[in-house]
Design a binder for this molecule. Structure first.
Ligand code: FES
Length: 102
C-alpha cells in the first residue's frame, strides 16, 4: 500500500474501556473530524484522518496531532483554527500559536 503523506489524529476522548469521557469530545472535537477530512481533500493534502482515544493531555483539548511532523495542537475548537493549522501544513510550517508540544 502507499502510505499517506500525513496522518492527522483528532482526540475523541475514548478511554481504554467504555465511553468517551474527556475534554476533547465535550468541546466539540467530534464535529470537526469530518471538516478536517473534507478540508484535506479540498486542499489536495494526502492525509488520513483518524480519531483516537484520550492522548493524556486533556487540559489542552481538543487535541489534534499531525504526523509525521509530530506536531501536537491544543485548543482546536473551531473550523477557523483547523484552517490555520492546515494553512501552515501546506506551507511546510507549524501553527505555533496552537502548539502544545515543543
Ligand atoms: S480527552 Fe483528549 S487528551 Fe484526553
Amino acid at each position: 500500500m502507499k502510505k499517506p503523506d500525513y496522518h492527522i489524529l483528532m482526540c475523541k476522548s475514548f478511554r481504554l474501556a467504555g465511553e468517551a469521557q474527556g475534554v476533547c469530545d465535550k468541546k466539540g472535537a467530534s464535529d470537526l473530524v469530518q471538516y478536517i477530512s473534507d478540508e484535506c481533500t479540498d486542499r489536495g493534502l494526502d492525509a488520513t484522518v483518524s480519531t483516537t482515544g484520550c492522548l493524556n493531555v486533556c487540559t489542552k483539548g481538543p487535541v489534534m496531532v499531525v504526523h509525521p511532523n509530530n506536531l501536537w495542537y491544543g485548543g482546536v475548537e473551531s473550523e477557523e483554527i483547523v484552517d490555520t493549522i492546515l494553512d501552515a501544513l501546506e506551507e511546510g510550517e507549524s501553527a505555533d500559536e496552537y502548539l502544545i508540544s515543543e
